[in-house]
Design a protein around this ligand. Structure first.
Ligand code: KIV
Length: 279
């Protein structure tokens, strides 16, 4: 059995150049499968909001919903390092509230760390001092995408790139254990990955990051179709075809057959038939 992945393990992977694989998970069977497949880190992303719960974007999902999904995932996982994603407005209002909410991910959700978007350096520092490992998230930050001009690449100009690099360094300085970089030019992500000692995990940030993250529904073919995304299966087609075949089997009496059906023992059946025939 694989050992539990720790922060030191992830730091060692960065040091030796072994790439870190991260996927999102929100439910028990998927979390169990990807853990058994050998994934090193699992993010219970606030993407559950739009990917699973049917909200238009990541903002509506609540703390209670995030804790609910985090508990499910950590129940399934034996080895991977699990990160709970702090939902919109659970860490932006005050440092105290942020620490209380982050603590729920660790105490109730049994997560190994929390992730938060943006440049909340003091919050990251205070959480770290309180014993909560924090993962930062820069570049495109979906909770504030409307202020960033929508879902567009961040840091394309020299000035913007410099700002992201400076923020990444400040996040490390504040004590973060890892950084997610979303939709930034590969050149910027490469500089950040080389400058930081903590692992940098990219999504739409090119090949030089220390690891990569994808939303599980996207990579399995159940979700979006973005440029930075690679589909590894087409589960949408598989599920639709299976359901169509099932409907047709039910209507055409091809399911259930004898092999899916239970029968009574012969002597009991005789009694049943005799009794019910009388009536
Ligand atoms: O919520 C999420 O799935 C994320 C990843 C895209 C990094 O934040």
């Amino acid at each position: 059995m694989r050992k539990k992945i720790t922060i030191s393990h992830l730091m060692e992977m960065k040091r030796t150049g072994e790439k870190i694989a991260m996927l999102t998970a929100y439910d028990y069977p998927i979390a169990k499968l990807i853990d058994e497949a050998g994934i090193e880190t699992i993010l219970v992303g606030d993407s559950v909001s739009n990917v699973v719960l049917g909200y238009p974007d990541t903002r509506p999902v609540t703390m209670d919903e995030m804790i609910y999904h985090t508990k499910i995932v950590t129940r399934a996982v034996k080895s991977a390092f699990v990160i709970g994603d702090m939902p919109f407005m659970s860490y932006q209002i005050s440092v105290e509230e942020a620490i209380k909410n982050a603590a729920r991910f660790i105490k109730e959700g049994m997560a190994d760390a929390v992730k938060l978007e943006g440049t909340f350096f003091e919050t990251i520092e205070r959480m770290t001092n309180a014993g909560i490992p924090v993962v930062g998230h820069l570049g495109l930050t979906p909770q504030s995408a409307s202020l960033q001009g929508g879902y567009v690449v961040q840091g394309k100009s020299y000035e913007k790139a410099k700002e992201i690099i400076k923020n990444a360094e400040n996040i490390e300085r504040a004590g973060a254990i890892m950084l997610v970089l979303e939709m930034v030019p590969k050149e910027v992500a490469s500089i950040i990955s080389h400058r930081l000692k903590i692992p940098v995990i990219g999504i739409g940030a090119g090949p030089d990051c220390d690891g990569q993250v994808l939303v599980i529904h996207d990579m399995l073919g159940l979700g979006g179709n973005f440029k930075f995304l690679k589909r590894y299966s087409n589960l949408d087609t598989i599920i639709k075809n299976s359901v169509e075949e099932y409907i047709s089997d039910v209507k055409n009496k091809k399911f259930p057959t004898e092999e899916h059906t239970f029968s009574m023992p012969e002597n009991e059946l005789k009694k049943l038939i005799k009794n019910y025939r009388k009536k």
